[in-house]
Write a protein that binds this ligand. Structure first.
Ligand code: FCB
Length: 451
């Protein structure tokens, strides 16, 4: 048997049943932001607000996947990719968030799903990848407990429309990121800030996560149901008692807050006492209602974080020390390239006996791509993928629970607050002409998949 240390990686080393795919998200690729009855989302509103997005970019057109999905799915096919993770834009199917269904929206996703199936590509659908209908945000969005009803309605519409053909579902994409960045830091849509927004929004997301799972179970025969979490290895910056304690707390907030209630473990309040402030939002049966027995858990890892104690940060007294200040290799997101992080995260989530199956639903990197002799030379991305995959293989060979890997992402796209600056794709997009060109990393991945 080969060991993970060998330079040549083959997909077959991961076993026949290992799931390989690519991940995307509706707002980041679709464009067609106001076409055929689609309602505005919080990202349409946010990107139209000055000074929110690098270079004032928006995703009104983006990759125009809405019109070019056939080209992209055929390209995927040509690259030996047979699982495709994408999300449903809530305001495309329910323009006001609830009520009238937009037939053209349902038709679009039907076309995408059917075209995938025609090409023998298995669709993996994320219900919520951050594009809340603006109409619901005007009623408080995730901070309003009514989101439970709104989200249930959206889930039912999707399950009933697509559940005959889509069997792989993920309820939420990275609740810590969309609640943390959108309702605490204000750097993502809808741009809200502070604990008073973060706490109720977080609790409601935890409830929706489980309720979405229950509804899918009820409505979709033979469904394979998961949900996804961002996770990063958290290391103390200095090896002293205060930084070590800080690291435990930050780990509880970034890696445990959203998953543990689903597993029946409640909120990690011992390690992160600030979470005691969730109490006023928790109603009598909530902690039972937060639980759902997911068929799989999607973990999404890019980097690790180093954290230190900081007296000046209210409540948590913790600070992330940026990678650029640590003299380490970084990506264009200023995320440290640290392959052992993915192995350590697989191991960490393996410690929960409640988790049935773990899949890496996102991993990838943004680097500056250079055009050389008509090739998009992205050696750094290729190396990144190889090194992270080497760590996934190590986990697999040690017998850990790990069943699949999806690259973030298929084509370059709109990277939220960073606009079009960081490119994560296996396929390059010229955003002027919308021409697609497979990068060297994409060619490598395609060969790897056939190995
Ligand atoms: C994740 C998001 C995804 C993409 C990558 C780079 O946090 O789920 O949409 O932005 O990061």
């Amino acid at each position: 048997m080969k060991t993970y240390k060998e330079a040549i990686l083959n997909a077959s080393d991961f076993g026949e049943d290992f799931i390989w795919g690519v991940s995307t998200a509706a707002y980041q690729i679709e464009g067609a932001h106001d076409l055929h009855g689609k309602g505005p989302s919080i990202w349409d509103k946010f990107t139209a607000t000055p000074k929110t997005i690098l270079n004032g970019d928006n995703a009104n057109v983006s990759c125009d996947f809405y019109h070019r999905y056939k080209e992209d799915i055929l390209l995927m096919k040509s690259m030996n990719i047979d699982n495709y993770r994408f999300s449903i834009s809530w305001p495309r199917v329910l323009p006001n968030g609830t009520g009238a269904i937009n037939k053209a929206g349902i038709e679009f996703y039907n076309d995408v799903i059917n075209f995938c199936l025609d090409q023998n590509i298995t669709p993996w659908v994320t219900l919520y990848h951050w594009d809340l209908p603006q109409n619901l945000e005007e009623k408080g969005g995730w901070t309003n407990r009514d989101i439970l009803n709104w989200f249930s309605e959206f889930t039912k519409v999707c399950a009933n429309a697509f559940g005959d053909r889509v069997k792989n579902w993920m309820v939420l994409n990275e609740p810590m990121v969309f609640i943390g960045a959108g309702y605490f830091l204000g750097v993502h849509a809808p741009g809200k800030k502070g604990l008073k927004n973060f706490l109720p929004a977080a609790h409601h997301a935890v409830l929706c996560q489980a309720e979405g799972g229950r509804l899918l179970r009820k409505l979709v025969p033979k469904a394979h149901i998961g949900t996804t979490f961002s996770c990063s290895q958290i290391t103390p910056y200095r090896n002293n008692k205060r930084d070590r304690k800080t690291a435990v707390q930050v780990d509880a907030l970034l890696n445990r807050l959203f998953i543990e209630p689903a597993l029946g473990l409640g909120y990690p309040i011992n390690e992160a006492p600030v979470l005691k402030k969730l109490q006023p939002y928790i109603q009598s049966t909530d902690m039972e209602d937060c639980q759902f027995n997911f068929d799989f858990i999607g973990i999404q890892n890019y980097t690790r974080e180093k954290v230190k104690y900081s007296l000046f940060v209210p409540y948590i007294k913790a600070k992330i020390v940026k990678a650029s200040k640590r003299n380490v290799q970084t990506t264009l997101m200023d995320w440290e390239v640290y392959p052992p992080s993915i192995y350590n995260m697989i191991k960490k989530y393996n410690d929960y006996p409640q988790i049935k199956k773990i899949i890496i639903t996102e991993n990838g990197a943004a680097f500056k791509d250079t055009m050389f002799e008509k090739k998009i030379d992205d050696t750094q991305r290729k190396d990144f993928l190889k090194r992270y995959l080497g760590q996934v293989l190590k986990a697999k060979q040690e017998g850990l629970n790990i069943h699949g890997y999806f690259v973030w992402t298929f084509t370059d796209n709109f990277e939220w607050a960073e606009g079009y600056h960081p490119r994560f794709g296996l396929v390059h997009i010229d955003f002027k002409t919308l021409k697609r060109t497979i990068k060297e990393s994409g060619k490598w991945f395609s060969n790897f998949l056939s190995s």
